[in-house]
Design a protein around this ligand. Structure first.
Ligand code: PLP
Length: 410
């Protein structure tokens, strides 16, 4: 029975408030009461400086300030402006030369790319596969369009990528459904900070080549954090593995400008296919633009023009990259400080390579999170542990937090 007055339930369980926003709200209220120096708010999913202010790339802001009204007031083409499409390919692939057929569809952030991929490459009622540690909106997005999430275990007993679990689930689902969409968030996975290693990639691709004998497979690689995941070429090395695949194994890259250009609020991103044939690429364009039209219609034009302007001028691109690099290194120092202290505190861990978040596994995340809150420390409880946003804490706080967590876990 629906618990709503007029709205339809449609099988959804909608919490009365968003868990993360609620935690963040309580952290802010406590900071206002007892002083922000007495509160650790590790819930925020944006990069903050050491004073807790949002990091914004000034080179990007400069371009935004000089946009013409036409650049933001007019509609953008549904699939994105031509300049944006070229720029996004450069941003996604970097120096890597792609020999597949590439098509781009602009979307509102990486979120839109996830939505369009699920809606176009899975059927209503299907399960979409991702890892057991995952960004919770995956499940919301899938549920809103009549699909659900199935998971494999991300880590094996040696804290490596669990290819056995991945393979078992891929085979089960592709055989049962006749097709499968997989959401793979790497590098710098949210919430663990894990990045698939070279060997993991070989194993994943080997498995998918076998599995696509049983049905079409779409591999959505969510690279929302790629530009905070290590050196540019290194972070993109896996792209080579996504070429020369069977026709019915389609890689789609989900790119987000939220983190890369510190433009979370501009809602800009794209889905980019690496198709084996021109026909599959043309179909990608057709179905994605249709889905966009039927959900958000056109995407934000200002973000697209901004992106094309940055990529038109090498000196501007250099400035943006250089500025981001400083922040990437700041984030890397925080992550390293946190990891070192986790080990020193004797806490269990899951492997962190880079990115905005790290996790501490525990059997009772809700209880640990409540006990931490009582000490003025706000973290996000997940199914298998607690999530700490190293992106929103200073290096010093990253270093001292594990000891506090260890004390509470005792
Ligand atoms: N994918 C992951 C794993 C994320 O954490 C996020 C944002 O937090 C996104 C995709 C997409 O973000 P946006 O829609 O802001 O581009």
């Amino acid at each position: 029975m629906s618990k709503y007055i007029l709205a339809q339930n449609n099988g959804r369980v909608i919490p009365l408030e968003d868990k993360i926003f609620a935690l963040n709200g309580r952290a802010k209220a406590l900071a206002a009461k007892i002083g922000k120096e007495n509160v650790i708010n590790a819930t925020i999913g944006s990069l903050l400086d050491d004073d807790g202010k949002l990091v914004v790339l000034s080179s990007v802001v400069e371009v935004l300030k000089h946009l013409d009204p036409d650049d933001y007031a007019d509609y953008a083409p549904i699939g994105g402006t031509p300049g944006f499409k070229e720029a996004i390919k450069k941003a996604t692939f970097g120096n890597y030369k792609v020999n597949s057929y590439v098509e781009v569809c602009a979307t509102p952030g990486g979120t839109g790319a996830i939505r369009n991929t699920i809606s176009n490459y899975s059927k209503i009622g299907d399960k979409v596969l991702t890892s057991d540690w995952y960004w919770s909106p995956y499940s919301t997005i899938a549920g809103e369009i009549g699909r659900s999430i199935a998971t494999y275990e991300l880590f094996d007993e040696n804290n490596g990528f669990n290819i056995g679990s991945f393979k078992a689930q891929v085979m089960n689902l592709v055989k049962a459904q006749g097709s499968l969409v997989i959401l793979l968030n790497t590098p710098a996975h949210n919430p663990t900070g894990y990045s698939l290693h070279d060997q993991d990639w070989d194993n994943v691709i080997g498995c998918l080549k076998e599995a696509c004998a049983f049905g079409n497979i779409t591999l959505f690689v969510d690279v929302a954090y790629i530009d905070f995941a290590g050196e540019e070429d290194e972070a993109r090395a896996f792209m080579a593995k996504l070429q020369n695949l069977p026709q019915n194994l389609l890689p789609i890259i989900g790119f987000s400008l939220s983190k890369t250009f510190t433009m979370y609020g501009m809602r800009s991103g794209a889905a980019i296919c690496m198709a084996a044939t021109p026909e599959i690429a043309a179909e990608f364009k057709l179905v994605n633009e249709f889905s966009s039209r039927g959900s958000w219609s056109n995407s934000n034009k200002a973000g697209q023009v901004l992106m094309s302007k940055v990529y038109e001028k090498p000196e501007l691109l250099h400035k943006v990259n250089e500025e981001r690099e400083g922040f990437r290194q700041m984030l890397a120092r925080r992550g390293k400080a946190f990891e070192d202290s986790i080990v020193a505190a004797g806490l269990p861990c899951v492997p962190y390579d880079s990115g905005f978040f790290a996790c501490v596994p525990c059997p009772n995340p809700g209880e640990i999170s409540e006990k931490l809150e009582a000490k003025g420390v706000f973290v996000v409880p997940l199914g298998k542990g607690i999530r700490i946003s190293v992106a929103s804490l200073s290096e010093e706080t990253c270093r001292k937090l594990p000891a506090i967590i260890a004390e509470v876990m005792k």
